[in-house]
Write a protein that binds this ligand. Sequence first.
Ligand code: PLP
Length: 431
Amino acid sequence: MRREASEALFEKSKSLFPGGVNSPVRAFRAVGGSPLFIEKGEGAEITDADGNTFLDFCCSYGPLILGHAPEEVKKAVQEACERGTTFGAPTRLENDLAELIISNHRFLEKIRFVNSGTEGTMSAIRLARGYTGRDKIIKFEGCYHGHADGLLVEAGSGLATLGTSSSAGVPENYAKETIVLPLHDEDAVRKAVEKYKGEIACIIIEPIPANNGLLLQGKDYLSFLREVCDQEGILLFFDEVISGFRVGFEGAAGYYDVKPDLLAFGKIIGGGLPVGAYGASAKIMGHIAPDGPVYQAGTLSGNPVAMAAGIAQIKACLKDGFYEELAKKTTYFVDAINHYSSSKGYAFKVFSVGSIFWLSFSDKAIVNRSTDISPEGMDLFKTLHHELLDQGIYLGPSGYEVGFISRAHTEDQLNKAIEAFKNALDKTFTA
Ligand SMILES: *Cc1c(COP(=O)(O)O)cnc(C)c1O
């Protein structure tokens, strides 16, 4: 495979950006080698600067639930651009996207648009503190909630991959307000809320933790958190930046039928453009400026081009049978690989929910805590990742990342990918 053009671009980008990239996991440090520079995407495929084409299971880490450059999103973006790209004044498009979401989501009465998932979670944490008058928050090991200071305490894939548990530059006093607990451990939660009684504003969780492997928690555990929060006057905060509009229109909250008090979104909501959001009941959202005392603002928030992309994508997600079809394709793909792997006795299993999947190098039937993930498996992932690239399959360049299946992935493409996985697994486990 030719790599000259990507390598030359990377040489240049290293002189321009730290590590040559604008987001760390893109640097390929976890798998070695240099990143592919992408020229274009169409449907489920991407083409790099050297003209190599890959079937894409990274899907920009989640936003592209319709695949690359879907017709309806392209058209909506082009039309919106014709009318001007930003006004700093409200537009009809913000109403339209908000109404589409709120009228189809049981747990939202009001939302606020921002520009990224990070901004969504960061702002909602401020709201939780402003609403409850409490400072501390609980988060879980292996859950990633964006890069706001107080949330960079034991975060997900990027950090786990680089082997640090926290970031430099975060004042100890901020980190002190974040209590980090292991996932799926009721006792740890009970002890923490007892110890810090009346001090905890919210419990933030990825209800489907998907930034450090796929650590499925299940309905019972989320219902337990709901109960604890009700007893202690704590807000339950579901960070649905990945799971929102992904495992169903109502995300994990709808999938497990557990009601959160606060929600954050990103990725899919913007149709491939930079959009985030947070939302809650009208009562809680009433604390946000200008209605209330919690300040939060944004020059480009609710940007009309991004809203148009979001509307087009969200409408496609609302079509009858959309999520059933995605889940069916994913199950077909995952079952075929798992069947092959177990017939060969490989310590390898693909976990999945909805159209999210994760490659686990473990014999364990259940993986729901970050300590369940064997670091040794990441060496095997390195080999597998490069074998798959050679066969035209693109995955996120870290074994802690999940993969995604989009509307654009065809049965024919999935069959080819299954064969590629079989070959790559054989090479990985017999090397
Ligand atoms: C991606 C992600 C974020 C951060 O979103 P950005 O748009 O990258 O800032 C926050 N929470 C979760 C669960 C995510 O997956």
